[in-house]
Design a protein around this ligand. Sequence first.
Ligand code: NAP
Ligand code: 8YV
Length: 320
Amino acid sequence: MGRPVVLMPGPMHPAVAEGLADHCELIRLWEESDPDAVLAARRDEIVAVATGGTLIDGAFLDRLPAVRLVASFGVGYDRIDATAAAERGVVVTNTPGVLDDEVADTALGLLLMTVRELPQAERYLREGKWQQSGSYPLTRATMHGRRMGILGLGRIGQAIADRVAPFGVSVAYHNRRRKDVGYRYYPSLVEMARDVDVLMIVIPGGDSTRHLVDAEVLKALGHEGIVINVARGSVVDEQALVDALRTNTILSAGLDVFEHEPEVHPDLLTLPNAVLLPHVGSATIPTRTAMANLVVDNLRNWLTHGTALTPVPESARLSG
Ligand code: NAP
Ligand code: 8YV
């Protein structure tokens, strides 16, 4: 019997291919001159997919009836239709846990950058304005005494909550379900927004959370309010956010993610009260390597023992 065949639709971290080399035949689809012909010719052989961002929906899976595992790079799996996968008996895995600290560090850095206008102050220095015009203006906001509302107190949300206590920042949260934690729980996002002045967004993306943060939530957050998004751009109505920043309905925003990455809403690029990062939440060599290794471990364990290490929970898969 030949080696199992695994499909990689698009380029991934090199450690994935390296880790799989001895365990399967890997089809690098993007390198094929006629990908459709390859999919048609190998459709009954390909048993698993390793992916880092290709859209995998029901139609894609229907072309590959022998596939039983989709191993995804990243904890967010919003590019995979997990319900369609579950309906076809396909297990989806992601890479939870190994990036929590990295993303929480990024979130905290982004919060500090936004509250204290550090990128703007740095630009001021580089542009020679310190000599020309004197000190950078005092910032209206300070970290101390801020009230943070975490939208999505999960693994990363908890790591962020752990980090802000020494700054004197209080924490509340909104999830669909209350957790057994010491922070105040809000069943309503708008009500939480009304009571806090930092909205920290760390929920999964996808259809079920699309534009959860809309004009009403931003208005509730108010003039001193700061939005930090390290989750997915789709969670925020980006046009409503731009309008809220322009009209000072909120104070400022720090964004690592955008609705149409790598495109960024052109107005965000010019607004002085927006701090923008190019989706670097987990982007360090050690953390991305750990994520790649977990993709490999999921595939290897499944190919060898028939079980995956970090499958997306069935409840999440069937609810989308
Ligand atoms: P997690 O542990 O699954 O936590 C997600 C939290 O969101 C859960 O507490 C969940 O609680 C809550 N939630 C889910 N749907 C909700 C909804 N509709 N309304 C309110 N709360 C909801 O996930 P994680 O590992 O912390 O990762 C969170 C997300 O961060 C990922 O899905 C990914 O999109 C994003 N991320 C971004 C980067 C980056 O580079 N910027 C890196 C890693 C992850 P309930 O189930 O009780 O609602
Ligand atoms: C990565 C992420 O940027 O894990 C996630 O959900 O958003 C990030 O860690 C992404 O997976 C890169 O493809």
